[in-house]
Design a protein around this ligand. Structure first.
Ligand SMILES: NC(=O)c1ccc[n+]([C@@H]2O[C@H](COP(=O)([O-])OP(=O)(O)OC[C@H]3O[C@@H](n4cnc5c(N)ncnc54)[C@H](O)[C@@H]3O)[C@@H](O)[C@H]2O)c1
Length: 271
């Protein structure tokens, strides 16, 4: 059911790789709620072609941009405001990648060049997007910027490796830039800390299936799906959440506040 929450709003949605991507679901819901937007992803992701199907469904143009390149991001904002006919009201940062995780490097044996890439792709890119938007004055008054994160920024999940550090930086950037953008244009900046979700990035983490089940059995409401995450992002883009900023918002069925559940106790007792 649609509520017209984003009627008349313009946006930029990054990170839709395939139909499992959280950003893919956000795009479909943003369209349903009346927004117009551009889609963006790394040039290499274009080769997979799936994003073109999404663009057709959403009547959206695709602007390739490597999120580590300031030049690409400048082009992304300039083109988006041109195509959409004005400043944007919302931006979704849904980007994460760690070469160390992808290549199975243990946290105690990190390749530091790859570590820099993890931070650049997964965290600094968020700063770059906002710095470009700030300098171009490309986000409207009371606009909303959301990035997706994971609870490994606060608690240790051994297989999350250097992505945990990248997420901690990402969440800190939301607070720091949230202050400055709030002062400049009342733009709000938040991170949404989502449950484990079966996507390309999610299932790349070692032991993902067990991790997913454990979270599902711990959270009183179970794991939040990508669709539910998209619903939450839409509320954050809408005018209903205008005074929420500089927050890390858990969207995890209660996982982050649960010590242990009865289901997990039973599993431990069986051993
Ligand atoms: N899946 C989970 O379990 C989970 C849980 C919490 C948070 N998140 C976060 O959600 C976000 C989206 O991930 P997802 O789970 O939908 O997986 P996904 O693999 O569908 O999306 C990750 C996206 O990042 C893009 N990307 C990678 N390098 C890039 C670059 N240099 N420039 C531009 N884009 C680049 C990929 O092309 C891809 O579209 C990520 O930040 C991820 O860390 C995921």
């Amino acid at each position: 059911m649609a509520y017209g929450l984003l009627k008349g709003k313009r946006g930029i949605i990054s990170g839709a790789l395939d139909e499992n991507s959280i950003a893919w679901k956000v795009a479909l819901k943003a369209k349903e709620e009346g927004a117009i937007f551009t889609l963006t992803n790394a040039p290499i992701a274009m080769r997979m072609g799936a994003i073109k199907l999404l663009a057709e469904q959403c009547d959206a143009e695709i602007i390739p941009a490597d999120a580590t390149s300031v030049e690409d991001i400048e082009n992304l904002f300039t083109k988006s405001t041109d195509i959409l006919g004005g400043k944007v009201d919302f931006v979704l940062h849904s980007i994460g990648m760690s070469p160390n995780v992808r290549k199975g490097k243990a946290y105690t044996d990190l390749n530091y060049e790859w570590f820099k890439q993890s931070i650049d792709i997964s965290a600094l890119s968020f700063h770059k997007m906002m710095q470009v938007a700030y300098k171009q004055d490309a986000i409207s008054e009371w606009g909303s910027v959301v990035a997706l994160t994971y609870m490994a920024a606060q608690r240790t999940f051994p297989f999350y490796s250097d992505m945990a550090d990248a997420k901690a930086v990402l969440e800190s950037i939301a607070r720091s830039f949230g202050y400055h953008y709030g002062k400049l244009r009342n733009v709000r900046v938040n991170t949404v800390s989502q449950s484990p979700t079966p996507t390309k990035a999610g299932s790349g983490i070692g032991g993902f299936d067990k991790f997913f089940d454990f979270a599902d059995k711990t959270a009183p409401l179970g794991n939040a799906t990508a669709d539910q995450c998209a619903d939450y992002c839409i509320t954050l883009f809408s005018d209903l959440t205008r005074m929420v900023t500089m927050q890390n918002l858990f969207h995890d069925g209660g996982f982050s506040m649960t010590g242990i559940s009865e289901e997990v106790m039973e599993l431990v007792n069986k051993e």
